[in-house]
Design a protein around this ligand. Structure first.
Ligand code: ZN
Length: 280
């Protein structure tokens, strides 16, 4: 099942994508696609609906972030060996965890805003993991049973704010529109193996990132089990699991985003995002 949210920012309605790629309105069945709609029972109820009986939605409608009311947006740093190498950083012994402000979440095709004073706004295509049931002190073996589904997430990053402005990476990770999410939340039944998904990102038609979740250092299961030793994961929480090589900071010389640049992101089975950069 491919769940989505559509409509104006802040007023999105729940929907799903039918087998023909047509958006259908789920408003009669669920208030919104948030944590409470993502537990296994709720998902089973949505899965039992015949999509052809649901109202069609205009294909030109804006797609919003695929999860609403996200409680925590957690990200994992340097989780691909080849990306750690391009960043000139050692591969961590245990997952590097940081937060992005949830106010950075936006729709998959919304404009990405370059912050005031920014000279180093960069891209990161990532596998987003959406939690479906409460996870506290879970084992690696049990971890994936707490996942509702997966989505594309662009972990947009201002490198100077991230690395040279004191304190945590959160400063460079949290500007409005720095977390395009979606287009769809693809439920786990459609993703046979989250560790075998090709992923890519292009800027103005040039492929910059071309990788696979196969080279992820800490797997999705390891990351969930690890996080759950430190904090309880709640339904609707989202984890950005790290990026493969090819970010702007890793180019020789480095390349960063400018007004008018367009990023296109793809992950196998999860659809496509497209963002054009504007100035804040
Ligand atoms: Zn990242």
């Amino acid at each position: 099942m491919k769940l989505l949210r559509y409509g104006e920012p802040g007023a999105e309605k729940p929907g799903l994508l039918d087998a023909e790629g047509q958006i259908r309105d789920l408003s009669a069945h669920v208030d919104d696609i948030t944590g409470t709609a993502l537990n296994p029972d709720a998902l089973a109820q949505l899965g039992a609906i015949d999509p052809t009986k649901l109202p069609r939605v205009d294909a030109a409608t804006r797609i919003g972030p695929c999860v609403g009311s996200v409680g925590k947006l957690i990200a994992i740093g340097l989780n691909y060996a080849d990306h750690a190498a391009e960043a000139n950083m050692a591969l961590p012994e245990e997952p590097i965890v940081f937060f992005k402000a949830t106010s950075s979440i936006c729709g998959p095709n919304d404009a990405v805003e370059i912050p005031r004073g920014s000279t180093k706004t960069d891209w990161e295509v990532e596998l987003g993991v959406v939690i479906g049931s409460r996870a506290k002190y879970v084992s690696e073996a049990d971890a994936l049973s707490h996942v509702a589904g997966y989505c594309i997430l662009n972990d947009v990053s201002e490198r100077d704010f991230q690395l040279h402005r004191s304190g945590q990476w959160v400063k460079g990770k949290s500007h409005d529109t720095f977390a395009p999410m979606g287009p769809w939340l693809v439920t786990v039944d459609e993703i046979a193996d989250p560790q075998d998904l090709s992923m890519s990102l292009s800027v103005n038609g040039h492929t910059m990132q071309d990788g696979s979740t196969r080279t992820m250092h800490f797997s999705v299961a390891t990351v969930i089990a690890h996080l759950s030793q430190f904090m309880t994961l709640h339904p609707g929480d989202v984890i950005a699991t790290g990026t493969p090589p090819g970010v702007g900071m890793g180019q020789k010389p480095p390349v960063y985003l400018s007004e008018g640049d367009t990023m296109v992101l793809r992950i196998e089975g999860l659809g496509e995002q497209r963002q054009t950069c504007t100035l804040a």
